[in-house]
Design a protein around this ligand. Structure first.
Ligand code: BGC
Ligand code: BGC
Length: 518
């Protein structure tokens, strides 16, 4: 099915199954309008049908502790900055919290069995730091360790490779009370935490990613205040980013010291950046975007210096950079992991006087496009709307993953690559006239086209060994609460019932066949 046909046949979203009534659904069936006949960015069906993935390719899904676990104060867990944030009135759309979320803390045996049913080979999950060290430092809470130990066993029993993200944004509040990520001491505390995990779980987990999207949580939390702890100070952002760079390297060493089987990589968020015009200024601005948002932490790890993200010299003093930090930053990664959701068009903002704040909706994390972002990087980045938008508002641009994967392969000497996340938010719900199935044709089309572009990059020599769809399940979408659904499996939050969406069944067939025409 090409995009034209799928639009004709797809059911538009119904927010929850409560809304799916006999009368209302017929009104939700989309029709093709003339403007949809030629959808920009569409990948030809012939390319999709010809796409092949290598034998042993690791098909996977990804989740994050805070977004799926629930059980927010069970078994001695401490408070995280996200608990505090979501318990603050006015912070989350719909006034929902993640206190229960998908209840995966209790339902993980069922969820891992579902992943196996979808022929999955890898499960990327994160560990909640405040379950392990309730206040962020000191001896481990063994109930937390035991939980993850059982969870990892459940993955292995279901033939899933446990891929552990050590930190997916849920900092213990106790460490925020000590200054949060701008406090350099957190690098050491974090390395201790990582070593605890490697010591207790490193016999079974061999694949570790220190941080999920380090640019995003430092910028959103400290630079513009849209995430906890809600500070808006560019200097705090730079300090936080530098601490995270030091922490990433310190953790690589502490993990490897604690577990001889460990391999360490990354889970960076990346958007391919295209200059708005062919001018030298815009091309240089796109390079600064790439340096700041895509490879800041990667370059630091691999080369022991920051890439050229700033106009002029990096503001070292503002960053809290000390002599000798070049050596401390160095962390030769065993493989490089990154996410792809959407792309950016970047222009120079050197002459813009007003520097704006930052808007956030889902993965769309950028500044107010009417202004430049800050007085140091001096670029303006916007998400184009040439291609169709998902219901979460992100532009669908399948070719972006090709540019990203081939670009990183060239820049970093052909590393092993893991795609740590990619996905799309659509609200399709169980439909009673289809026996309760979830006909989410738009999500299938999103993955068909994107994966065809990924197969193309692999055919051109990129050493990609995995792809993790975001997400196994619909889950708690940060400050957007339950207003976005990214899962291959539908979750009814009233009773935790899971329903595999059509996209999940399709992805399961893809995983079994290593091709897309299934
Ligand atoms: C984040 C996820 C988030 C997803 C969808 C990703 O960048 O890592 O936590 O749910 O985007 O917005
Ligand atoms: C950079 C390229 C990079 C591409 C994809 C561009 O902005 O200049 O070097 O490969 O983005 O990430």
């Amino acid at each position: 099915m090409n995009r034209r046909n799928f639009i004709r046949t797809s059911l538009a979203a119904a927010g929850t199954s409560l809304l799916v009534g006999a009368e209302s659904t017929s009104g939700l069936v989309s029709t093709t309008s003339p403007s949809q006949q030629n959808v920009p960015g569409t990948i030809p069906d012939s390319e999709i049908r010809a796409a092949r993935f290598p034998e042993g390719f690791l098909w996977g899904t990804a989740t994050a502790a805070f977004q799926v676990e629930g059980a927010w104060e069970e078994d001695g867990k401490g408070e995280s900055i996200w608990d505090k944030f979501t318990h603050t009135t006015g912070k989350v759309k719909g006034a929902t919290t993640a206190d229960v979320a998908c209840d995966q803390y209790h339902l993980y045996p069922q969820d891992m069995a579902l992943a196996k049913r979808l022929n999955q080979k890898s499960y990327r999950f994160s560990i909640s730091w405040p379950r392990i060290q309730p206040a962020g430092t000191g001896a481990p809470n063994m109930k937390g360790i035991d939980h993850y130990s059982r969870f990892v066993d459940a993955m292995l029993e279901n033939n899933l490779r446990p891929f552990c993200t050590i930190y997916h944004w849920d900092l213990p509040q106790g460490l925020e009370d000590r200054g949060g990520w701008p406090n350099r001491d957190l690098a050491g505390y974090y390395a201790d935490y990582a070593a605890i995990l490697a010591k207790h779980l490193g016999d079974r987990i061999t694949v570790w990613a220190p941080f999920n999207m380090p640019w995003s949580f430092t910028y959103m939390g400290y630079g513009v205040g849209a995430f906890p702890p809600g500070r808006s100070n560019f200097g705090d952002f730079l300090k936080a980013a530098h601490t995270v760079t030091l922490a990433q390297a310190a953790a690589l060493h502490s993990i490897k010291a604690a577990s001889s089987k460990a391999t360490v990589g990354s889970a960076y968020g990346m958007c391919p950046a295209y200059p708005a015009t062919d001018s030298e200024a815009d091309r240089a601005a796109a390079d600064r975007y790439h340096a700041m948002n895509n490879v800041f932490f990667l370059e630091a790890a691999m080369k022991g210096h920051y890439p050229k993200a700033f106009v002029g010299e990096p503001p070292y003093e503002l960053m809290g950079f000390k002599p000798g930090d070049e050596k401390l930053m160095l962390a030769p990664l065993d493989w490089v992991g990154f996410h792809y959701y959407t792309r950016r068009i970047v222009s120079d903002a050197s002459h813009v006087q007003a520097f704006g704040g930052g808007g956030f909706s889902g993965t769309e994390i950028e500044a107010d496009p009417s202004t430049g972002r800050d007085p140091y990087t001096r670029f303006r980045a916007v998400m184009p709307t040439e291609g169709p938008l998902t219901e979460s508002g992100l532009e669908v641009w399948p070719h972006g993953i090709y540019d990203l994967v081939t670009g990183i392969s060239q820049e970093y000497n052909h590393p092993i690559i893991e795609i740590t996340e990619s996905g799309c938010g659509y609200l399709d719900a169980p439909y009673d006239k289809e026996n309760g199935r979830v006909p989410d044709a738009r999500r299938i089309e999103f993955f068909r086209e994107e994966l065809a572009e990924l197969a193309h990059a692999i055919a051109d020599g990129a050493r990609v060994r995995s792809f993790h769809a975001w997400s196994l399940l619909d889950n708690f979408e940060w400050s957007n609460g339950h207003t976005e659904r990214y899962g291959l499996i539908y979750v009814d939050y009233r009773d935790q019932k899971r329903t595999i969406k059509d996209s999940g069944l399709w992805y399961g067939r893809v995983a079994a066949a290593n091709r897309l025409d299934v």
